[in-house]
Write a protein that binds this ligand. Structure first.
Ligand SMILES: [Zn+2]
Ligand SMILES: [Zn+2]
Length: 117
């Protein structure tokens, strides 16, 4: 049983081992528009998964990488080589951490940088 730590907005520097246990899956495999990320949060150790979109448009909230890519294709905006990329990931575990502000806030507040080649 993992002790539930308090929510805190905190920049985490990950160790190589913590980075290595994350699985990053570019989606779709060819000309990916998103990364499926799964692993244990380096701060609270809860398993989390999230979809990181490599491009964003104002007012567009994609429901899935597939539908997002279809939308891009329909608009003749087919992205190529969005990788390598470096980006921020925020803990999005599904546990309740004391101190979370408002509903919709998830995770323990930790965030960190990741890189995908
Ligand atoms: Zn957590
Ligand atoms: Zn966390």
């Amino acid at each position: 049983m993992v002790k539930i730590i308090e929510y805190q907005n905190k920049n985490v520097i990950m160790t190589a081992a913590e980075i290595a246990q994350f699985e990053v899956q570019p989606t779709p495999e060819k000309d990916p528009v998103a990364l499926q990320i799964e692993g244990d949060c380096p701060r609270c150790k809860h398993t989390m998964s999230l979809t990181h979109y490599l491009i964003a448009f104002r007012g567009v909230a994609p429901t899935s990488p597939e539908s997002f890519q279809q939308m891009l294709e329909a608009a003749s905006l087919v992205p190529t080589s969005l990788l390598p990329t470096e980006f921020s990931v925020q803990c999005s575990c599904t546990e309740k951490h004391p101190g979370q502000k408002g509903k919709g806030q998830v995770g323990c507040g930790a965030f960190w940088r990741m890189r995908c080649e």
